[in-house]
Structures are given as C-alpha cells and as structure tokens.
Design a protein around this ligand. Structure first.
Ligand SMILES: C[S@@+](CC[C@H](N)C(=O)[O-])C[C@H]1O[C@@H](n2cnc3c(N)ncnc32)[C@H](O)[C@@H]1O
Length: 265
C-alpha cells in the first residue's frame, strides 16, 4: 500500500526556514542525517570519491557533508537546496571554513535541478529525498545530470517490509516528518534501473535505523531542559512523540532507511 499526503515543497521549505532545521541540527549535528559524519565517510568510500571529482549534493541543507567531501577528499561540490535559511548558513559556514573555492551552492528544487545534463561525476543524497514529492521525477533528474560512467549514491528514509497497523499510525508518522510519500527498497532500485543506471548496491539498514532513532529519543530525554529552553514545550512534546513513534515503527520494520549505489550506463 502506498501513502500520499498533500505536503508541498513550500511546506518543507517553510519548516526548514524555521525551527525545524535548528532542531534537527541540534539532534544530529550539521550532517543532518542518521549516523552523521560516519555515514558521510561510508557513502563517500563506497562511491570512491577522489580529488577534483565533481559531486552534486541534492538537498545539501547546511553543507556539512559538502564541506567534509571538499576537505577530506578534495572533491568539488555543488550543493542544491530549496530553503533560503539552510543555503545562507551553508554559504556562511563554507566561507568560514575556507572552502568557498571548492563548493558552490544553488537554490533549486530537486524535481527540476538547475544543472546541465551529463555533468556530474557523482550525484549524492542523504536522508532528504523522502521530502521530495515525486520520486520518479527526482530519480530521472538525478540520472540526467550524472555523466555516463558516473555514480549515484544516496541514503533515504523508506517504507519497511511490515505494513502499518492502521492508516492513522502512518498519518501521524508522515505528518510529523512532513513527508509527502515514501519509496520502498525495491521502488528506488526499479527507478534507478528504468532511468539507465546499473544497480551496484542496495542495502536495507533497518536495524541500524531503529537503533539510531532510539539513540535520538534518549538524547531528547537527556537534553529535555535545553530543548524546552530553546524550542518551547509544544515543540518538545511534538518532537518527543514523533521520534518515539518513528523509533517504534523502525523497530517493527514498518519504516526503514536504505542505501543505494548505482552507475549511470
Ligand atoms: C534532512 S535535511 C538534508 C540533510 C543533508 N542531506 C545532510 O545530510 O546534511 C533536508 C533538506 O532537504 C531540503 N529539501 C527538501 N525538499 C527539497 C526539494 N524538493 N528540493 C531541494 N531541497 C529540498 C530541505 O530544504 C532541507 O534542507
């Protein structure tokens, strides 16, 4: 069964312009994805990113991963994101890090990437494509801008193998995260293949996802006083309930997180 909600790119962008971006950075760090910097290294090593490779980060947020790729691997990075506040912070932090000559940011929608076709050595995404309203259109864009022989590597939040018990269980999880829909492991693999890519790796990270969400829930409890001071009681309660629901659903296999590596033929 598929789940579809009316959240638009503006809904997501408004949320990230406000407290949502700050909250996720508070919980996860400036690599705003499950596992943080460790996961950035894992994906980069699987892709084999090297000096001067041109990497497109689709939904680059604060640019934590972009700066890491530029600094550790000496890659050139183009980051695209729709949210003004995230881009502004990314540009400021990149200048402070002295990496402005290696990283460029552009404002744009992942559904209509402001990038020439067949340009990138690597197209990269971490835990953000779940927000994009059309996964078929997203993957066709990602494949379009990747050059032949180049690679696409990404992680994303997905539906798990177990069905939700009720529709309202799904509703509250999607609403908390502002997800318009979610792909499945097989769904992303199929989309990559029909867009002219050869699948190299597709890994379901359900156990790791569940244990990380449990860790974030504990962090919310441990840092309750700070979160209350920074974000207020309503946001604390919504966040705790939301993360608790996701942690339970991940444990039960109703939601998961996957990793894909594919080569553009
Ligand atoms: C969880 S954060 C991404 C984290 C980032 N990939 C990282 O690992 O640090 C989600 C980001 O996706 C961006 N985003 C969501 N939908 C988008 C879209 N359709 N086009 C471009 N950016 C989008 C948001 O503005 C936000 O900055």
């Amino acid at each position: 069964m598929s789940y579809n909600y009316d959240f638009t790119v503006k809904d997501v962008s408004d949320a990230y312009d406000g407290a949502v971006g700050t909250l996720w950075e508070f919980l996860m760090g400036e690599h705003i994805h499950v596992g943080g910097e460790k996961e950035t290294i894992r994906l980069a090593d699987k892709l084999g990113i090297r000096e001067n490779n041109y990497v497109l980060d689709v939904c680059s947020a604060l640019g934590g991963p972009a700066r890491y790729l530029a600094k550790r691997y000496k890659a050139k990075v183009l980051g695209i994101d729709i949210t003004g506040t995230m881009l502004k912070k990314a540009i400021e932090r990149t200048a402070i890090a002295g990496l402005a000559d290696r990283i460029e940011y552009r404002r744009g929608n992942a559904l209509d990437l402001p990038v020439k076709s067949n340009l990138m050595d690597f197209v990269w995404g971490q835990d953000a494509w779940c927000y994009v309203t059309s996964k078929p259109r997203l993957i066709s864009e990602v494949a379009r801008v990747c050059k032949r022989g180049g690679k696409i590597g990404f992680t994303d939040w997905i539906l798990g193998k177990t069905s939700f018990s009720t529709k309202s269980e799904a509703d509250s999880l999607f609403e908390f995260m502002i997800f318009p829909n979610l792909e499945t492991m097989q769904g992303y693999s199929n989309l990559l293949e029909i867009n002219g890519c050869k699948l190299i790796e597709a890994e379901d990270l359900q156990n790791d996802f569940a244990s990380h969400l449990k860790f974030y829930l504990k962090k919310i409890d441990d840092l309750k006083d700070t979160i209350l001071k920074m974000f207020g009681e309503e946001m604390y309660n919504i966040t705790r309930t939301g993360v608790k629901g996701w942690a339970q659903a991940a444990k039960e296999g109703k939601v998961s997180r996957g990793l894909w590596i594919a080569k553009k033929l």
